[in-house]
Design a protein around this ligand. Structure first.
Ligand SMILES: [Fe+2]
Length: 242
C-alpha cells in the first residue's frame, strides 16, 4: 500500500491539486493529512472539501483551531491573525464543524500523526533539530511519527540504544527496530527555500519513505491572495518558499 502524507496545505488549492495529482499518478490509494488545512491562503473552503472527500485521517493544526478560536488569535503573528479572521468569514458552518472535529493526534498503524509535537500536541511546539526530535521520540510507541507545523521537511531515525540521526536522502528504507520522526513539509507554504509543494509517500510493502516536490501555479495563487485583500506578504513568500 502506498500512502500519500501531506501537511500545511494552508488553503492553497493549486498546490493541493498538484500534490494530489502527482500522488495519484504514483499509484497512491490512501492519504493522511497532518493539519493546517486553512490559514494564510485564499481557498480555505475548497481545500476543506477536497480533504474531506479523501476520507483519510486528518489531525488539527494550530490554524485549523485558530479559526475556531480554540487557539487564541493573539498567539499568531499579525499577518496570520488577519488571515484567520478572513478565513473564518469564508467558511460555512459545515466546514467549521469539520475543523472542530479534527483530533490532535491519530494513529493508523504504523503511523502516529500529529501537527506539532507528540509530547504536547495541544501546545503547538516546533521540532527543528535532531536533538528535539530525539527527545520527542520518547513520547510515542509507534514505529513512525509524521508531523508538520515547521514547513520544513526532514526525517530522523533512531535505532534502539543508539543516538538519533538525520536522514539526508530523499528516499530511504525503513529498518526494523528503528523509530522514525518525519516532517512531511508543507503543501501550500514551504519555508525551506524551495517554493514547490512538498509531501511524502510511505510504501508499506517496500517499507520506504520518499519525499517529493511538485511545482504549481504560484502566480495564480498570489493573484487570489491579493484579490481577497489578504496581506501581500503572504503572496510574496510563496515565490521564494520562505
Ligand atoms: Fe502551518
Amino acid at each position: 500500500m502506498r500512502i500519500g502524507v501531506f501537511a500545511d496545505v494552508h488553503a492553497n488549492l493549486e498546490a493541493l491539486e498538484a500534490v494530489l495529482g502527482i500522488l495519484r499518478q504514483q499509484g497512491v490509494t490512501h492519504f493522511a493529512c497532518c493539519g493546517d488545512i486553512v490559514g494564510y491562503g485564499p481557498d480555505p473552503g475548497r481545500c476543506c472539501d477536497i480533504i474531506c472527500q479523501l476520507r483519510c485521517p486528518v489531525v488539527a493544526g494550530n490554524h485549523d483551531y485558530g479559526v475556531l478560536g480554540r487557539t487564541r488569535v493573539a498567539d499568531f503573528n499579525p499577518d496570520a491573525a488577519a488571515a484567520l479572521r478572513w478565513t473564518r468569514e469564508q467558511l460555512t458552518e459545515d466546514r467549521l464543524l469539520l475543523l472542530d472535529g479534527l483530533p490532535l493526534t491519530t494513529v493508523r498503524k504504523p503511523l502516529l500523526l500529529v501537527h506539532g509535537s507528540p509530547s504536547a500536541p495541544e501546545q503547538w511546539e516546533y521540532i527543528f533539530t535532531v536533538r528535539e526530535a530525539e527527545e520527542e521520540m520518547r513520547h510515542f510507541s509507534e514505529d513512525i511519527c509524521i508531523v508538520g507545523h515547521t514547513h520544513y521537511p526532514f526525517a530522523v531515525a533512531k535505532p534502539a540504544g543508539q543516538p538519533a540521526q538525520l536522514i539526508r536522502a530523499q528516499s530511504f528504507q525503513l529498518a526494523p527496530g528503528v523509530k522514525y520522526l518525519v516532517n512531511a513539509g508543507s503543501v501550500g507554504q514551504p519555508r525551506d527555500g524551495d517554493p514547490r509543494a512538498c509531501g511524502l509517500v510511505l510504501d508499506t510493502t517496500n517499507r520506504t519513505i520518499t519525499f517529493f516536490r511538485v511545482p504549481y501555479d504560484v502566480a495564480r495563487v498570489q493573484r487570489k491572495i491579493i484579490a481577497a485583500g489578504l496581506p501581500e506578504s503572504l503572496a510574496a513568500r510563496l515565490a521564494v518558499g520562505r
